[in-house]
Design a protein around this ligand. Structure first.
Ligand code: XMP
Length: 530
């Protein structure tokens, strides 16, 4: 292993180098900031989320074609409410303020904001008065999604009204001189069915973007950049069989071929036949060096007697790092470590340059590696969302089974085998899990569900099989639908499918006599049980 100190590589600039047009989202703590960025990227325009208090000077340096001020939970009159640099409205760059962003903008430019007597939350119908700019090509009225406590009470001389609802006279406004617009409703959510058209009108029509950002070109440029950065040195890459690490490996393989070494740690917490499947997929697509570390014993040992979920996660995390480090040390000239970090991870950890502060969420990611392993990091996916990674995987020629695989957590089956872990319990869970996934696939519903699996409960219950009494384990089926894995709803699987899964598990998996279906949404439940 190389002994160099890790160097901070300014990869934030990577995407910027490949695109001449970018839209910035100033984040005021909105749950929808990432969604806004995704919707803009759907217009083939690169979009970055940045902190709300970035100076107008820094914004001008980044040369965005447009700026979107996100919503946020604060009230513009609260002490310490997040603000932006008011000079940004004078840069001549088009600005769109959404909800809180609109109120802030309106207040900064001479309007007034008041607390509404009752918080407005849900569907509303706006009447469009002024069709130019944002509402070009839209009908006289449309359904929109509102979610606000305050609203604009006066727009002064500076603004004109573009749209209104029965209860919200200034649902959309435009400045009379500056290219500055605001809307009280959320165009980025699916509950505003024509919202994409509104964003299209802003990004393409008002900002004048051409919409030329394509993942294929982005991949070519990334490959070129990796080649330059790596030179003749060696890169190691942890492989899990999931889509992120596979896409990273595919990019690296295209860039540097034989200088890539991949490491697969089998922690004994993988699904049925998973090690073999990953090896087969890998050797079908890459001719690179793959090292498989069989570490089942080591993980089971460290988990022995432990039933507290956080402690399980911690121990698995440490064991993973130790195994990876040991294997990496045996690769003599390894200099770089490639990671499948995605844009939401970068945003949520507060690690993005100019990005929002570390406010939103600290992900409980176990199964990742600390930055201080002594390698230089390569994170080629750090500008991309999960759905973009999947599309990139397709562009790179990875097979559907890999690209559309449901996510699998780093701590693996350990967080689905509740309580203490034993090899026997894991084997029971593996069998049940295989039935759940295979039946959902056979019903043609795998792509329509986001994540589906079995959970082995630490509960035994009475049953009857043949003429005999049984006292066996219970299994829960979990299947969820979600866009971003931060919120999720349980999948409305057909009863017949649930019946088939239940019958098969009880008949075929020794030690299970009861099957339940988990009908909790996230929040308040989480997707995994531990
Ligand atoms: P929760 O259970 O928080 O999970 O609703 C959200 C998503 O994250 C996955 N998950 C993890 N992924 N390491 C990971 O790499 C982890 O420790 C971890 N915990 C949960 C989970 O499978 C779901 O997709």
């Amino acid at each position: 292993m190389s002994q160099t100190t890790p160097t901070e590589i300014d990869q934030e600039s990577a995407a910027d180098a490949f695109t001449d047009e970018c839209v910035l989202v100033l984040d005021f703590g909105s749950q929808y900031a990432q969604l806004i960025a995704r919707r803009v990227r759907e217009q083939n325009v690169y979009c970055r989320i940045v902190r709300h208090d970035l100076s107008a000077e820094r914004i001008a340096e980044l040369k965005p074609k447009g700026i979107i001020l996100s919503g946020g939970p604060a009230s513009v009159y609260e002490d310490g409410a997040p603000r932006c640099d008011p000079e940004l409205f004078r840069l001549g760059i088009p600005v769109l303020g959404i909800c809180y962003g609109m109120q802030l903008m309106c207040k900064a430019l001479g309007g007034s904001v008041d607390h509404t007597p009752s918080r407005e939350y849900g569907r509303a119908r706006v009447a469009i008065q002024e069709r130019r700019a944002l509402f070009e090509g839209l009908p006289d009225a449309m359904d929109v999604w509102m979610s606000h406590g305050d609203q604009i009470s006066g727009i002064g001389e500076a603004f004109q009204t573009m749209a209104s609802t029965d209860t919200c006279p200034y649902a959309a406004i435009a400045h009379r001189e500056l290219p500055v617009f605001g809307m009280q409703f959320h165009p980025e959510v699916t509950h505003t069915p024509l919202g994409s058209q509104v964003l299209h009108n802003f990004v393409i029509g008002v900002c004048g973007c051409e919409g030329t950002w394509h993942l294929g070109d982005f991949a070519d440029a990334l490959i070129e950049q990796i080649r330059k950065q790596v030179g003749s040195r060696r890169v190691i890459c942890g492989l899990s069989g999931g889509v992120d690490s596979s896409v990273v490996a595919a990019l690296l393989y295209k860039a540097i071929g034989p200088q890539l070494s991949c490491i697969l740690i089998d922690n004994g917490l993988l699904r049925k036949d998973e090690q073999g499947a990953v090896i087969t997929e890998f050797s079908n697509h890459f001719k690179a060096d793959l090292r498989v570390v069989n570490a089942e014993q080591r993980f089971l040992e460290t988990l022995k007697g432990i039933s507290e979920p956080q402690e399980k996660r911690k121990r698995i995390g440490y064991a993973f790092i130790d195994c990876f480090q040991e294997e990496a040390r045996s690769i003599e000239d390894a200099h770089f470590l490639a990671q499948g970090t995605l844009y939401p991870d970068v945003i949520e950890s507060g690690a993005a340059k100019d990005g929002p502060a570390a406010t939103i969420k600290l992900h409980h990611n176990v199964g990742g590696l600390p930055e201080k392993l002594g390698f230089e990091l390569i994170e080629p996916l750090r500008d991309l969302f999960k759905d973009e990674v999947r599309r990139l995987g397709e562009e790179l020629g990875l097979p559907e089974v890999l690209v559309w695989r449901h996510p699998f957590p780093g701590p693996g089956l350990a967080v689905r085998c509740l309580g203490e872990i034993t090899r026997e319990k894991l084997d029971v869970l593996r069998e049940a899990d295989e039935i759940v996934v295979n039946e959902i696939k056979a019903a043609g519903l795998y792509r329509q569900t986001s994540q589906a699996f079995a959970v082995l409960l630490p509960v035994q219950s009475v049953g009857v099989m043949g003429d005999a009494r049984t006292y066996d384990n219970a299994v829960a089926i979990r299947s969820v639908n979600t866009d971003d894995f931060m919120t999720a709803d349980w999948s409305r699987l057909p009863y017949d499918l649930l019946a088939k899964i239940s019958t098969r598990i009880i008949n075929e998996v020794k030690g299970v006599n009861r099957v339940c279906y988990d009908i909790s949404s996230k929040p308040p439940a989480t997707i995994e049980w531990e």
